[in-house]
Write a protein that binds this ligand. Structure first.
Ligand code: NAI
Ligand code: F6P
Length: 392
């Protein structure tokens, strides 16, 4: 039986990677720091993925499952030595730690005479495969096999599991199950797993579509939703003014992709409307808190907010709604991380340069949000600029 080792038995590890490989009949070994979860998965030998849609719920059992504690380094290296493939879904901040365990596995494979190890890197971080490879290489202490770290674009939304599930290891997911990965990073054969889609050409368009359209729109919706007191994403997307602003920003991001990658705009716009419908999946109970978490990472120059804004600017377009996304992210840094106006200004200067023509709108929106600007005023602000200032 083919087998995969998955670092991270959380939402994406269990709810997406495990779901796809389990359904395809692979044996799964999860590695996690949560020892209670490890014990439970071992006791049950599996878990359930519950697909939630407007049509109801569909439980899918995943069998042939084992788990190891991350701290059990010897057993983890041995599992990696015998695996056909690995995956990582631990959260970007934990990649350096996992890379060390991977290095031990690459050495164990060399000792066992096994071949190189391919790894699906399932993190919302554009250079996650490079980060993982760099840290793993630095941690090598002896002869080792090669590592093929492949980027993925994770589109399935899997909320944080809530207490009160029928089974504690149940994971509730949306039905969407398309996992593109960067096939050219692989050293070995491509796995035959339904839903796992090898992209043989340039992966960047998938990456940017995921980050600048899906994640940017989702995050903007979360920050707007929080301001309106919405705990859930489905409540935020049902709020017409919020949907209006977010759709505007998502469309501006797709226009940038269409220009930058020379792909038709129509299917990208359809993708936006599909995403907005998926954001409305109330059964998922996805929260504005989960989608908006870690604002500093999300406000890095290449990440969803500033990255989408810059892509729009580079395509020669006017990122008016995207300016609001940036302002909402900046306002979150002020509120959550205690940034003052000077620090925000330095961050934006570094990301956008000091002469960005959209900066007055961003600055005005940040300043107004700080004074408690309402969402309808925000709509008027951005539409006013959009209509009145064709130079921006
Ligand atoms: N949940 C979602 O809908 C999506 C998440 N992502 C990305 O997927 C990645 C994983 O996110 P989630 O699964 O949502 O997070 P999660 O918090 O549900 O799961 C992460 C798991 O990794 C474990 N972990 C932490 N450090 C570890 C280590 N050193 N070794 C082994 N396990 C370790 C945690 O105990 C936890 O079980 C993140 O980069 C996230 O941005 C991307 C798209 C969708
Ligand atoms: O996990 P992050 O990077 O904090 O961001 C959350 C985003 O990632 C996803 O969980 C998966 O793309 C989205 O649902 C959400 O927009």
């Amino acid at each position: 039986m083919t087998s995969i080792v998955i670092f991270g038995a959380g939402a994406i590890g269990r709810g997406f990677v495990g779901a796809l490989f389990g359904a395809a009949g692979w044996r799964i070994t999860f590695i996690d720091v949560d020892t209670a979860l490890v014990d439970r998965l071992n006791a049950d030998g599996g878990y359930r993925v519950v697909e939630v849609s407007h049509d109801g719920e569909r439980p899918v059992p995943i069998d042939q499952v084992g788990a190891l504690a991350f701290a059990d380094g010897g057993a983890v290296a041995e599992a990696l030595a015998g695996a056909d493939l690995a995956a990582v879904a631990v959260g970007a901040a934990n990649l350096p730690q996992v890379a060390i365990a991977l290095a031990r596995g690459l050495e164990a494979r060399a000792r066992a005479g096994a071949g190189p190890l391919d790894v699906l890197v399932c993190e919302n971080l554009p250079d996650a495969p490079a980060v993982l490879t760099r840290h793993a290489t630095a941690a090598l202490a002896g002869p080792a096999v090669a590592l093929g770290a492949a980027h993925t674009a994770i589109g399935r939304m899997v909320p944080v599991p809530v207490p009160g599930l029928a089974e504690p290891t149940d994971v509730r997911v949306e039905p969407y199950a398309f996992l593109p990965y960067e096939a050219r990073a692989f050293t070995g054969p491509r796995p035959e797993v339904p839903g796992l889609v090898p992209i043989t050409g340039d992966f960047a368009m998938y990456d940017d579509r995921k980050l600048f359209v899906h994640n940017m729109g989702h995050c903007m919706l979360a920050y707007l939703g929080e301001r309106r007191g919405h705990a859930f994403i489905w409540q935020a997307v049902a709020d017409v003014e919020l949907r209006y602003l977010v759709r505007g920003a998502m469309i501006q991001a797709t226009e940038a992709l269409s220009t930058g990658y020379r792909v038709p705009a129509g299917p990208l716009a359809a993708h936006v409307d599909d995403l907005l419908a998926r954001f409305g999946n109330a059964g998922l109970a996805d929260t504005t808190e989960r989608v908006g978490r870690d604002p500093l990472r999300k406000m890095q120059p290449d990440d969803r907010m500033l990255g989408a804004y810059r892509a729009c600017r580079e395509a020669g377009n006017r990122p008016t709604y995207l300016a609001v996304a940036v302002a909402l992210g900046a306002a979150r840094l002020v509120r959550e991380d205690g940034w003052d106006a000077a620090r925000v200004a330095r961050h934006l200067d570094a990301a956008l340069g000091t002469a960005d023509p959209g900066r007055p709108l961003i600055d005005r929106a940040i300043e107004s949000l700080g004074r408690g600007l309402s969402v309808d005023e925000l709509v008027r602000l951005v539409d006013g600029v959009h209509l009145a200032d064709p130079t921006f």
